[in-house]
Design a protein around this ligand. Structure first.
Ligand SMILES: C[S@@+](CC[C@H](N)C(=O)[O-])C[C@H]1O[C@@H](n2cnc3c(N)ncnc32)[C@H](O)[C@@H]1O
Length: 360
């Protein structure tokens, strides 16, 4: 099994485990009619495979036709039936429609239980996971080719969106004025966030998959004498740092390139120490479809609650949200900021039944 396929298998298992722990505790049961509708909608070979695939991440219809080798009308029909029964959720972004396993409501318990009951070593499911990884890898390579071509002019491209000075002032205000022990910038690109925050960090680390971006960032940081800031080649889904290592993590203009933003937010949350903060900066929902073709964007922005939910699932409290709207005349994009707090340990104890006030 390739590394990607293993990661996918791990995510499927985690999703199943999560359902066993959380969902069954908090959801009221399904009515018999709901249970029957859900079971009927899942009771078909391809649909079971789709449920297993969606447990590991969001996919669109085109992805699923490639992975399963079936026609679009057939896949669409399977998806429609399962969405109607509440086992999966559908959401539109521009001309693309994505699907994911239900993550709230009583039907989510059933959807996760069905996936959890499947044998993870089943050959067909393993092949599906491998194909899903291949589809995602091809897309990631296309995105990386774009970054290769644009590394040196990236700073200029960033300025095409809402004024960079305004965004950076908002980032500064959101992260507060204290010092950082370790600030981690995921998808650091040309290292602008490191450049901004290294002066008040004991250590600042940036991770990126793109070597051209990293070479440029390294050069810039060295020239500025910011030796406490370093960049590393690495995948933001699997950062080589221990749990709780950082007191601040930043994802600046990165999530819209990713297949699975939830996995990135979960990894960022893992890196945070209790009391640490995650800052996500990204576009608000928009309709600039050409950014998919020309700039390798995977998502056309994010709504406040869309990321709010990802934060919550990753154990973070959405502490602050801010929108930076451009002047109506300048045709630029709105940039949003989400600040999440990893609750102090006392909060966890309270959840487990101990009467200790949450420190956050
Ligand atoms: C739009 S650039 C933003 C760079 C920087 N955060 C900024 O705002 O200037 C997105 C960056 O994310 C990086 N990236 C995309 N997927 C990644 C992954 N899985 N792991 C690490 N970096 C990734 C790209 O290589 C690219 O440098």
């Amino acid at each position: 099994m390739s590394g990607d396929a293993k990661n996918r298998a791990k995510r499927t298992e985690l999703a199943a485990a999560k359902s066993r722990v959380d969902l069954s505790e908090v959801q009221p049961g399904l009515s018999r009619a709901q249970a029957l509708a859900g079971l009927r909608s899942a009771g078909e070979a391809t649909r079971l495979r789709i449920l297993a695939l969606l447990a590991a991440g969001e996919l669109n219809v085109k992805d699923l036709t490639q992975i399963l080798g079936q026609s679009q009308p057939r896949i669409s029909r399977h998806l429609k039936l399962m969405a109607e029964a509440g086992l999966i959720r559908r959401f539109r972004e521009g001309s693309w429609v994505f699907f994911r396993l239900a993550d709230s409501g009583a039907e989510a318990t059933l959807a996760h239980a069905i996936v959890a009951s499947l044998d993870p070593t089943d050959l067909t499911l393993a092949r599906d996971r491998a194909r899903a990884s291949a589809v995602q890898k091809a897309r990631a390579e296309a995105a990386q080719a774009y970054f290769d071509a644009h590394a040196s002019e990236w700073d200029r491209i960033r300025a095409l969106h809402v004024t960079e000075r305004e965004v950076e002032a908002a980032i500064d205000a959101a992260l507060g004025h204290g010092r950082f022990t370790l600030l981690v910038d995921l998808g650091t690109g040309t290292g602008r966030i490191l450049e901004l925050f290294a002066p008040r960090a004991n250590r600042a680390l940036g991770f990126d998959l793109n070597r051209a971006m990293l070479a440029y960032a390294r050069m810039k940081l060295e020239r500025a004498g910011l030796f406490q800031a370093q960049v590393r080649h690495g995948d933001l889904h699997n950062v080589p740092l221990p749990d709780g290592a950082a007191d601040a993590v930043v994802l600046h203009q990165v999530l819209h390139f990713l297949d699975d933003p939830a996995a990135a937010v979960a990894e960022a949350a893992r890196l945070l120490a209790p009391g640490g903060r995650l800052l996500v900066v990204d576009f608000a929902p928009h309709e600039l479809e050409f950014l998919r073709e020309q700039s390798a964007h995977r998502r056309l922005g994010f709504a406040r609650d869309q990321l709010g939910r990802l934060f919550e699932n990753a154990g973070l409290k959405l502490e602050r949200f801010r929108e930076l709207k451009p002047a109506p005349s300048d045709g630029k994009l709105t940039v949003s900021l989400w600040l999440g707090l990893k609750p102090a340990l006392a909060a966890k104890k309270r959840k487990a039944g101990t009467k200790v006030e949450a420190a956050a």
